[in-house]
Write a protein that binds this ligand. Structure first.
Ligand SMILES: Nc1ncnc2c1ncn2[C@@H]1O[C@H](COP(=O)(O)OP(=O)(O)OP(=O)(O)O)[C@@H](O)[C@H]1O
Length: 310
């Protein structure tokens, strides 16, 4: 794969405490990479390192093949950052804000005006460009932050929890904007603790837990980390012997008793194993009243991977 961002054995220490340890991640060019982790896992710390706002205690960062330690200036040119709290000047209009940042990024007056107008249109703020930022909603500010990051045509867009605190309409707007950016070839790296969000938009996911990358993969594979489906079986006369028999099946990862006679069976198999489970129960004298299969959500995969549901 062609790599847009990679880190090699990255460590970050605050005081005597490591908040990132041995972090080696690879973001494929053209992908939408979801960087998933709980509060305090180290997502913002990583984003600051990737965008050159902070330096690692140890390890290396490469963006588009360039080493951050020696070429951070060039990297900053091709990377657009949307931090969690973009500092906007309340008294400026959206357009004057954009032009100001365009100039800071080295664009000429004309280029800056042209790009600013186009980008504000792209993020749905075309009709609000003469409004002061002070009157913007949280969602509008997030969209303005994205427009700002897109000035000077970055190849990679890095966003720190872009949908945090937004309502469903705001979330959908951001998702749409990011998809359009990605369709134009921009690689997207976004952090989130919202599993559904990541599942909805990302093609790749890395799961960060207490400063360590515990999984990184195409989203479909993460979903299949331990089990790729949950089969719920209801048996009128479910017994502990029947549960033991089910547990002994090769493709069964674990079981969870939901109610007196209902069992969730986490399976890892590419073929439909319901008939085999049904046969086993019936042959042991069980009277089955329900047998359904649900695919495992990313949340379940995440909880499995972090061991939080044990
Ligand atoms: N400047 C700092 N000095 C000391 N500790 C810090 C500093 N910045 C972050 N930390 C600590 O590093 C850990 C990781 O923080 P970070 O903000 O990267 O997590 P996060 O995954 O982005 O969390 P959240 O989802 O809450 O934003 C936390 O324990 C935090 O308290």
């Amino acid at each position: 794969m062609t790599v847009a961002i990679s880190t090699k054995k990255l460590y970050k220490k605050y005081g005597s405490r490591f908040v990132l340890e041995d972090l080696s991640l690879n973001v494929e060019k053209g992908s939408i990479y979801g960087f998933l982790g709980r509060n305090g896992a180290g997502k913002t710390t990583t984003i600051k390192l990737l965008s050159g706002l902070s330096t690692p205690t140890q390890g290396q960062i490469f963006v588009d093949g360039m080493d951050m330690s020696s070429e951070s200036g060039k990297i900053k040119q091709l990377l657009g950052l949307v931090p969690q709290d973009s500092g906007f000047y309340d008294e400026r209009t959206a357009l004057s804000h954009m032009i100001y940042y365009g100039r800071l990024k080295g664009l000429s007056k004309k280029e800056s005006l042209e790009q600013s107008r186009n980008l504000l249109d792209q993020v749905g703020l075309g009709n609000e460009m003469f409004k002061k930022v002070a009157y913007f909603s949280h969602g509008m500010k997030t969209r303005l932050g994205i427009a700002q990051a897109l000035l000077n045509k970055p190849e990679v867009l890095v966003l720190d929890e872009p949908t945090n605190g937004l309502d469903p309409v705001g979330i959908r707007q951001i998702r749409q904007i990011l998809r359009e950016c990605n369709n134009r070839g921009i690689t997207i790296f976004l952090s989130s603790h919202n599993l559904l969000e990541v599942q909805e938009i990302c093609t790749y996911v890395g799961i960060l837990d207490k400063g360590k990358l515990i999984a990184e993969s195409a989203i479909e594979k993460i979903r299949h980390l331990e089990s790729n489906g949950v089969i719920t079986i209801g048996v009128y006369n479910l017994s502990s012997e029947m549960i033991s028999l089910i547990k002994s099946l090769e493709f069964v990862v674990k079981t969870e008793l939901k109610a007196e006679n209902t069992l969730d069976i986490f399976v890892n198999s590419r073929i439909d194993v319901k008939p085999e489970i049904n046969r086993l129960i019936v042959e042991s004298g069980g009277r089955v009243f329900k047998l359904i299969e649900n695919s495992l959500s990313l949340e379940d995969a995440f909880l499995n991977a972090t061991g939080m549901n044990l």
